[in-house]
Design a protein around this ligand. Structure first.
Ligand code: NDP
Length: 327
């Protein structure tokens, strides 16, 4: 299927289930971008979750973001229990203008749901020449420094920088050793997971993804170092934005969390830095040291292929799209 056709099918499914057209559009683009680039943990797999969140009244699919405050380098929005996508899309021009004037700008979104991938939110900034960093909180799913029960969210963070030649370098990762999306995929496929990924509700190591989903917890990547990153994300995306911390989130089951998003962009032109050219040198060194791929490069290859061959959508997924669109 052509990417643009999938965008409109996803948008139709969302609108049929209580989303306003304008709100549905950027969510449909994000889901399609993930499916197109092979980020399957955050593609069509997530569509029923978005729909359920609005159908059950957990999230508001028609909520318009409200401005809380602004300064020369900061914009704070309340998503009013909606999704971050529309708020971010609408604020994009404004924060780029701020960063161009002052050198950097921060966007904070509170009272919002985000359970998509982060890279679609920031790749565009790097294409406009900015360095970008974003992070989001989610409900408690992650153990802290010494293990125990869940206290932090899986707290995705992502970074993007421009290159003088070629597509931006964009990394995007959960703070958990395995993302919740990959956990859901393993549960769906009935696959066992490595024992160091997480614990069950009794704090015991388990290879059963369902045991982690049913009240257990994931471990942070890199042990205590990942726990520190998760803590930082809680402070930036929840403490600073006015969203709820992972441990405060009332989210249940597969519902998205009511948290916050932090986005910071830097204009390297204000620093007099030719970052794109400097990054090329760094990339050359990475390749010379033996790493053929950069974060994002495998996605770009899949993207190019999807534009040529289309996106493969299974019959089961097509049936799901049709069912949701007819609701
Ligand atoms: P992965 O472990 O799959 O990937 C992490 C990063 O490593 C990616 O940027 C990936 O690049 C890069 N990478 C992987 N392999 C290589 C390689 N061989 N060479 C170079 N780079 C490589 O990500 P996670 O499972 O941790 O996260 C998956 C998704 O889950 C993310 O999109 C994240 O935003 C999302 N998420 C969302 C949350 C939310 O609340 N909204 C919470 C937690 C996670 P590439 O992109 O090219 O694969």
């Amino acid at each position: 299927m052509k990417p643009e056709e999938l965008v409109s099918r996803v948008q139709r499914a969302l609108v049929a289930n209580g989303f306003a057209e304008a709100i549905a559009a950027p969510i449909a683009r994000s889901i399609t971008a993930c499916e197109r680039d092979g980020t399957l943990s955050h593609g069509l797999l997530r569509l029923p979750g978005f729909v359920d969140a609005v159908r059950t009244g957990w999230a508001d699919g028609k909520a318009m973001p409200v401005e809380v405050s602004r300064s020369p380098s900061m914009l704070v929005l309340d998503a009013m229990n909606g999704f971050t996508h529309y708020a971010l899309e609408n604020a994009r021009g404004s924060i780029m203008a701020k960063a161009s004037r002052t050198g950097s700008a921060i966007l904070l979104i509170r009272n919002a749901h985000h359970f998509a991938a982060l890279w679609p939110d920031i790749e565009g900034f790097a294409r406009e020449g900015f360095i970008a960093f974003s992070c989001v909180t989610s409900r408690a799913r992650l153990t802290a420094w010494s293990g125990g029960g869940p206290v932090f969210g899986t707290n995705a963070s992502a970074f993007a920088c421009p290159r003088a030649q070629g597509d931006p370098v964009v990394w995007d990762q959960a703070t958990s050793i395995m993302s919740q999306g990959d956990l859901l995929l393993a549960a769906k496929d009935g696959r066992a997971i490595p024992l160091d990924v997480g614990v069950d509700a009794n704090g015991e190591p388990t290879d059963d993804p369902n045991a982690i989903l049913a009240g257990g917890a994931l471990h942070p990547f890199g042990s205590r170092k990942g726990a520190s990153i998760a803590f930082m994300v809680e402070v930036l995306a929840a403490g600073l934005s006015g969203g709820v911390f992972g441990y405060e989130s009332p989210a249940q089951g597969t519902m998205p969390s009511k948290g916050g998003q932090f986005v910071m962009i830097i204009d390297p032109r204000r620093a007099g830095a030719d970052v794109g050219t400097r990054v090329e040198g760094l990339v050359d060194a990475v390749h010379a040291a033996g790493s053929p791929d950069l974060p994002g490069s495998r996605r770009y290859r899949r993207r190019a292929q999807a534009f040529t061959d289309g996106i493969l959508v299974s019959d089961e997924t097509m049936a799901m799209l049709d069912r949701l669109a007819g609701a």
